[in-house]
Design a protein around this ligand. Structure first.
Ligand SMILES: NC(=O)c1ccc[n+]([C@@H]2O[C@H](COP(=O)([O-])OP(=O)(O)OC[C@H]3O[C@@H](n4cnc5c(N)ncnc54)[C@H](OP(=O)(O)O)[C@@H]3O)[C@@H](O)[C@H]2O)c1
Length: 281
């Protein structure tokens, strides 16, 4: 289908900030928004990887600027938002996608029950996933109020709406993002700012490589996904574009769950057989 200039699914001329844009869902989202006509400010820690994303954005004929920073550091979220607005001449769209699981130094996620977990891991996950989200939203408000097509999307998770044993800090941070999106949606509605949360299920990225590369675990996880497979980052990116675009102009305060059907209770009626859990402890 050929896009037309007044296609509500396009973002021609929009100025968009995407955090966590160095890889995974964030990179796919940046490229998808660029393809829809937006100019991009790209944020994450890894500047070399951000430059690769910028090249992909420029391949789509759009502008890309880098606004790097470590969101675990207080003050970074505000600096990133301001730098993005300055570089692009304002902000119409913010896709706050950066996020972490608790992980070891080599990046392998630490998946242990809360009672066996360290407070320092809880603090780090909450600092990046929640405290930085609040700081980023607080600062984004002043820029989004100046836009006539303002949309803020928080990349939450299925973990924010479903029980996630061994990922309690992550699940709590993602549920809080949904609550924040709802509150801001109502609070900012009369200022013309739409706010939504997007809740992906199991998506094939660096964050989940520990799981999809481990056959018994991947097979067990996918047995719980009615569509029976991992999501690809592009599939999440298209939903982010929808939420950011005029196509979603009456949609605010929602948590859009994109999980291949995991969160839909089937009561066992679909007859999908589940292999035994690979967790032995
Ligand atoms: N993959 C899934 O199954 C899944 C499911 C539901 C929700 N999500 C959510 O989707 C979002 C993207 O996840 P992904 O799967 O694409 O993960 P990913 O491949 O691990 O990417 C995470 C992104 O966040 C950035 N980031 C991490 N820590 C940061 C920090 N301290 N400061 C600034 N940026 C930081 C990373 O960039 P640098 O390392 O360069 O800083 C990277 O760009 C996350 O919020 C995640 O919780 C993912």
């Amino acid at each position: 289908m050929t896009a037309t200039p007044d296609d509500p699914f396009r973002l021609d001329g929009a100025r968009a900030l995407v955090t966590g844009a160095s890889r995974g869902i964030g990179r796919a989202t940046a490229v998808t928004l660029a393809r829809a006509g937006a100019d991009l400010a790209l944020s994450a820690r890894n500047q070399a990887a951000l430059k690769e994303t910028a090249a992909l954005v420029e391949d789509e004929g759009r502008t890309a600027v880098l606004v790097p920073g470590d969101l675990a550091e207080p003050g970074t979220a505000e600096a990133v938002v301001d730098a993005a607005a300055t570089a692009l001449g304002g902000l119409d769209v913010v896709i706050h996608n950066a996020g972490v699981l608790p992980a070891q130094d080599d990046g392998t996620p630490t998946l242990v029950p809360l009672q066996d977990s360290a407070q320092v891991d809880w603090d780090h996950v909450l600092a990046v996933n929640l405290n930085a989200t609040a700081a980023l939203c607080r600062r984004a408000h002043r820029h989004l109020t100046a836009s006539s097509r303002a949309s803020l999307v928080l990349m939450s998770s299925l973990a924010g709406v479903a029980g996630t044993p061994r990922m309690e800090a992550y699940g709590a941070s993602k549920a809080a993002q949904i609550a924040l999106a709802r509150s801001l949606a109502v609070g900012w509605a009369r200022e013309g700012i739409r706010v939504n949360a997007l809740c992906p299920g199991w998506t094939r990225t660096d964050m989940t490589s520990f799981a999809y590369s481990l056959e018994p675990l991947s097979e067990w996880l996918m047995a719980h996904v009615p569509l029976g497979r991992w999501a690809e980052p592009d599939e999440i990116a298209r939903a982010a574009l929808f939420l950011a675009s005029p196509a979603a102009s009456y949609l605010t305060g929602q948590a859009l769950v994109l999980d291949g059907g995991v969160s839909v209770p089937d009561g066992g009626l679909a007859g999908i057989s589940k292999p035994p859990s690979p967790f032995t402890d």
